[in-house]
Design a protein around this ligand. Structure first.
Ligand code: TUI
Length: 315
């Protein structure tokens, strides 16, 4: 069995497995490794300076001949510069997060770039289809980082019913069983972020990988609801401080306290006062292994699950 879908055809990849474009986490090394394994890696732009991101793109091009992507984080103040650079670099694909990418759709499409917006709702998905998105990623609130309000289980089938372009499911998927479930809901691809944090090629600080490996079912929390940009993180001292500010409805203080904290965790390894963005599926990540093993494991387990269900239903 091979999991061939409109997503594998669109992106010219072997497996419908997308690695989430996590800021300060999904670097060129990780993304190239996922692409080389037959999925597609996505470098997280986040708030990264434009020149540094350009170097990451150039490094990814050296490390893989296969397609890879960039995630554009639309809340970053210098997003116009980043998009201009991405157009120059002829990146094969972009995903967008944390906003509406309408302003950039025309230029990106004109440059021949495949555009896949991440959406938390049906309304935004329909809008993205109407302005020319090639596919959409529906991200449930099980995911790490900035999230919407719906779960993957209810968002995915509604997106599949609402649009004709292919839907990729994200949020809460960490293995082949989750991928098979997403395919059952009508998704044609899956995006995983948290699971890839513990890939060998992921360059985040080992202390953060340790926290993901240690995480249990209730170890994430959604902080910053009062800011209008809720963020799921692993519980730590910073998360507790932000929760207190949330309770006192002090969004400006949360923005100030949160500034730079993602890099502080992922690059410097500050697991107490850094922002440990990760999804609920952290509890399902149990070892550090090469990205290729992760991709192959997910695909193999998804195929096995689908075969088992097929045999069961056929009885
Ligand atoms: O973007 C993400 N995850 C992220 S971005 C990020 S950086 C950040 N840090 C602090 C506060 C806010 C952001 C960390 N993690 N995932 C994709 C995603 N996009 N999830 C939800 C959305 C989204 C939300 C609203 C997409 C569009 C949207 O549209 C609102 C509108 O303008 O219509």
């Amino acid at each position: 069995m091979t999991l061939t879908t409109r997503i594998t055809t669109l992106l010219d990849i072997e497996h419908p497995v997308i690695q989430g474009g996590m800021a300060w986490t999904a670097t060129a090394e990780l993304s190239a490794a996922v692409s080389n394994a037959g999925g597609i890696g996505v470098i997280g732009a986040g708030h990264m300076p434009t020149d540094l991101l350009r170097e990451q793109i150039q490094l990814a091009k050296e490390l893989t001949d296969r397609p890879f992507g960039i995630n554009l984080m639309l809340l970053t103040p210098h997003i116009d510069d980043i998009v201009a650079m991405v157009l120059e670099e002829h990146v094969p694909m972009v995903t967008t997060g944390a906003g509406n990418p309408a302003k950039y759709m025309g230029p990106l499409k004109d440059a021949g770039i495949i555009v896949i917006p991440i959406v938390p709702s049906v309304a935004l998905a329909k809008r993205m289809e109407s302005i020319g998105a090639d596919a959409i990623i529906g991200e449930g609130m099980e995911a790490g980082g900035h999230i919407g309000e719906l779960t993957t289980m209810v968002l995915t089938p509604q997106l599949v019913d609402a649009v004709d372009i292919p839907v990729i499911a994200a949020g809460g998927i960490a293995d082949g069983r989750g991928a098979a479930a997403a395919f059952a809901l009508g998704a044609e691809g899956v995006q995983l972020g948290t699971r890839f944090m513990c890939a060998e090629e992921c360059t985040i600080h080992p202390a953060v990988k340790g926290q993901v490996l240690k995480a249990r079912d209730r170890d994430t929390i959604v902080t910053g609801r009062s800011t209008g940009h809720p963020v799921r993180v692993l519980k730590n001292k910073l998360a507790r401080q932000i929760m207190e500010l949330d309770r006192d409805n002090r969004p400006a203080d949360i923005e100030a306290l949160g500034a730079g904290k993602l890099a502080q965790a992922m690059r410097q390894g500050d697991i107490e006062m850094g922002s440990l963005m990760a999804g609920q599926s952290a509890a399902m990540v149990s070892c550090i292994e090469p990205a290729a093993s992760i991709v192959e494991g997910i695909v193999g387990e998804a195929e096995e699950t689908l075969r088992r269900l097929g045999a069961w239903a056929g009885q």
